[in-house]
Ligand binder design. Structure first.
Ligand code: HXC
Length: 254
């Protein structure tokens, strides 16, 4: 039976690439996003690929909207097995200059948004008796390192990484679910790259710090996501895979 997956923040960058690749791989795909025009464009692109899909306008910060989106997916496809928590928000700001609302905004999108969607999903699993469902979270290596200049995102991603491991145990036992994460490095054509690589010189400095000497592509992230969500990865649970050309390991101490 065709399985169904929801990708949040799925109208651009890695989310878009994952949604397209998952539909190519045979999933029913639900794409959520805040921007109606981008959703319409995504709907058009998804139509070029065989199979079923839905686009839903929503903000992961809105708990009720997350519940409604999960229920719409369940009503359309019978049940919702899987979720990619891709929606994120981030900006560079020294922490001593950050406003409390700036902190709250990023934590709300990244950490609370991941919880909102995961919690709505598990309620659907309970009602539909889904076993073997999945969640794929997107983190960053500053989840386990320092994130100078991006404190709210780093703290939120650390929370998401811990939630990945915690739910892998809780929901592994209870629902035979697999909860995993990807930690992308610098990836071209993404909101992260656009915001964090502030100038061509800065982008070049980042590139030089990647042992493989280049930014990754959204399609490479999508390839890993498709595999992690496939039966080939059926024993993978609670794991975070860094797909970053060796970027986070490169400390160049000598
Ligand atoms: C300081 C800022 C700021 C900035 C916003 N704020 N941008 N503070 N520097 N550059 C503050 C605002 O002043 C405000 O606080 C509060 O944050 C909320 O701002 P809004 O613009 O009202 O928020 P909103 O419209 O909800 O937009 C959320 C957003 C926005 C996060 C600010 O950028 C967004 O929607 N981003 C989504 C896409 C995105 O960021 N993608 C990149 C993900 S990269 P006050 O106090 O003034 O009210 C990623 C990791 C990459 O996740 C890792 C790479 C290795």
């Amino acid at each position: 039976m065709t399985q169904t997956i929801m990708v949040t923040g799925g109208t651009s960058g890695m989310g878009k690439a994952m949604a397209l690749a998952l539909k190519e791989a045979g999933w029913n795909v639900i794409v959520t996003g805040r921007d109606l025009e981008r959703l319409q464009q995504m709907d058009h692109e998804l139509k070029q690929i065989a199979g079923e899909h839905l686009t839903i306008q929503m903000d992961v910060r809105d708990t009720d909207a997350c519940i409604a989106a999960v229920n719409q997916a369940r009503e359309t496809f019978g049940r919702l097995e899987a979720l990619v928590n891709n929606a994120a928000g981030n900006f560079i700001c020294p922490t001593d200059e950050l406003s409390p609302n700036g902190w709250k905004t990023v934590i709300d999108i990244v950490l609370n948004g991941t919880f909102n969607c995961s919690h709505a999903l598990v309620k659907g699993w309970q009602e539909d008796d889904v076993k073997g469902g999945q969640i794929l979270n997107i983190v960053a290596s500053y989840a386990w390192q320092a994130g100078a200049g991006v404190a709210p995102s780093a703290a939120a991603k650390a929370g998401v990484l811990n939630l990945t491991r915690t739910l892998a145990v809780e929901w592994g036992y209870k629902y035979h679910a697999r909860i995993n994460a990807i930690s992308p490095g610098p990836i071209e054509r993404t909101g992260g790259a656009d915001k964090l690589a502030m100038s061509p010189e800065h982008a070049e400095r980042i590139r030089r710090n990647v042992p493989l000497g280049r930014f990754g592509t959204p399609e490479e992230i999508a390839g890993l996501a498709v595999w992690m969500l496939s039966d080939q990865a059926s024993y993978l649970n609670g794991e975070c895979i860094a797909l970053d050309g060796g970027h986070w390991l490169n400390k160049q101490p000598f």
